[in-house]
Design a protein around this ligand. Structure first.
Ligand SMILES: Cc1cc2nc3c(=O)[nH]c(=O)nc-3n(C[C@H](O)[C@H](O)[C@H](O)COP(=O)(O)O)c2cc1C
Length: 219
């Protein structure tokens, strides 16, 4: 049983999304000691920016690709493999300008791949290949964008994550959004962190209850 844990904040020691994603993984590990974790830090190993060769290569049949095309696709192939190899997924990131940070957008561009993470059928449908994986998006935000707040309509992060990952088959994404953090008063910030930790602990409990039987079967 493998969890793919992806962090995308440009901050390191002071990052709140990293601290919260670590908290979630600790909670999950306490309940599932046999869990293995594949950790990807996009600040250390950034996904490549899409180039012209990549663009041509991705729409060229695999057996017609030149060496240069294969080279351009290789990092994306590897990222897709890590995703498909995982049984559960955790993506942690800050909100940047109302949507995902650029490092995570580059990752999305690398993992949405025809013939790998989604497949086009002869009837013209698209079938995502990541179904059946527990998936958590953990986001941190400077302001409060919950329903009923003045910034609620500015949340382009949740819908874009739902769309991109729904297309590749993530059918029941879960979200824990820590907000408001950076631009809030200390008391509000502490409340937001407490709320997020409570939700993360509950999510870890639910995941563990569901994943434990499969882990014990795997021995
Ligand atoms: C470039 C940049 C853009 C940001 N844009 C937003 C934004 O649009 N909305 C928001 O609520 N917070 C925004 N923030 C604040 C971060 O989302 C917030 O500080 C978050 O907690 C950072 O998480 P991290 O510590 O894991 O990087 C922005 C921060 C940066 C650096």
């Amino acid at each position: 049983m493998k969890l793919l844990h992806v962090d995308a904040s440009p901050r390191s020691a002071t990052s709140s999304s990293r601290a919260l994603s670590r908290f979630f993984v600790d909670q999950l590990r306490r309940r599932l000691p046999a869990l293995s974790v594949d950790y990807l830090d996009l600040a250390v190993e950034p996904a490549p920016v899409i180039t012209e060769t990549f663009t041509t290569a991705t729409y060229t049949p695999a057996d017609e690709r030149t060496d240069a095309m294969q080279g351009a696709l290789a990092p994306s192939d590897a990222l897709c493999r890590r995703l498909l190899d995982a049984d559960a997924l955790l993506f942690a990131m800050p909100m940047h300008n109302w949507t995902m940070p650029a490092a995570f957008k580059a990752y999305v561009d690398a993992i949405v791949r025809g013939g790998i993470t989604y497949v086009a059928t002869e009837e013209g449908r698209y079938v995502g290949q990541l179904g059946g994986r527990r998936t958590l998006f953990l986001t941190t935000r400077g302001v409060d964008l919950r329903a009923g707040t003045p910034f609620a309509a500015m949340d382009m992060l949740t819908p874009s994550l739902r769309a991109a990952f729904g297309f590749i088959g993530v059918d029941a994404p879960e979200f824990v959004d820590a907000q408001p953090l950076q631009f809030a008063h200390e008391i509000e910030r502490a409340d937001a962190l407490r709320r997020a930790k409570r939700e993360l602990a509950e999510t870890a409990r639910n995941w563990a209850d569901e994943l434990r039987p499969a882990l014990s079967r795997a021995g």
